[in-house]
Design a protein around this ligand. Structure first.
Ligand code: AP5
Length: 229
């Protein structure tokens, strides 16, 4: 049976869904699929930061040192970035927030931005998987340096090895996907983002957990079960 948010996603006013989970759990993959299926905007802060780095703008330069160590970019930079994007969004369009917020401070700031726009977060989905699944996925991930498309040597290969199907760009391991940085990113998730999940659990916003150590299609079904009904 369709959940209230699910019905609204298809038939009603636009909703805001927040995806939370450790690095490599599949937030980007599922966020993209969900946004496409619902006509929502996919707001992935990691992608926005990497685009800022590619474009050589100040934000990218400031973020680079944190990202290369697997640390979080400071809240004030992240909140400014997301505020810009959310404020420019058409009011008739929903949003899938992927990788934001990651701290309680970011969640409080987001609440304020949405409140000013007479909007709110409608649903939080926490994607969960064991560390060994995550580490394997990130070791297998290959990303296009040109358009940001994501592949995986284990389950989602490009038609031609090392070449992006979408733009012909070269596929590489993301700089922060080396094993040492990955371990640090998992630690940072535990330290900084686990309290955020507790914060959401105590908030009026519904929180659902989805087991993400299944195939992409099975995770998509489980996600749709809670989001799309
Ligand atoms: P970001 O890019 O958001 O990295 P992340 O959270 O660490 O997440 P990932 O992009 O690594 O993984 P994902 O969960 O999206 O998984 P994906 O779908 O790609 O952020 C990077 C950095 O930016 C942060 O470390 C931080 O420095 C900074 N940053 C970003 N947001 C910030 C914020 N709000 N505050 C402060 N700093 C911030 O999947 C991974 C791989 O697995 C892919 O190859 C995919 O094809 C494959 N895969 C996906 N699903 C499955 C499946 N079900 N089965 C098998 N393979 C799968």
């Amino acid at each position: 049976m369709a959940s209230p948010v699910g019905r609204r996603l298809r038939d009603g006013p636009p909703v805001v869904v927040i995806l939370v989970g450790p690095p490599g759990v599949g937030k980007g993959t599922q966020g993209g699929l969900l946004a496409e299926a619902t006509g929502s905007r996919h707001i992935a802060t990691g992608d926005l930061l990497r685009a800022a780095m590619r474009d050589g703008i100040d934000l990218g330069r400031e973020a680079q040192e944190f990202m290369s160590r697997g640390e979080l970019v400071p809240d004030q930079l992240m909140v400014g970035l997301v505020r810009d994007v959310v404020e420019k969004m058409d009011r008739d369009v929903g949003a899938v927030l992927d990788g934001f917020p990651r701290t309680v401070g970011q969640a409080e700031a987001l609440e304020g931005v949405l409140f000013e726009l007479d909007r709110k977060a409608d649903l939080v989905v926490v994607l969960e998987a064991d560390d060994d699944v995550i580490v394997k996925r990130m070791a297998g991930r290959r990303s296009c340096g040109q358009c940001g498309a994501v592949y995986n040597v284990h389950c989602s290969r490009p038609k031609q090895d090392g070449i992006c199907d979408q733009c012909g760009g070269v596929l590489t391991l993301r700089p922060d996907d080396d094993p040492v940085t990955v371990r640090n990113r998992i630690e940072v998730f535990r330290r900084e983002t686990t309290p955020l999940i507790g914060y959401f659990d105590e908030s009026p916003t519904p929180v659902h957990r989805v087991q993400a150590d299944q195939s992409v299609a099975d995770v998509q079904c489980a996600l749709w079960e809670v989001v799309g009904g």
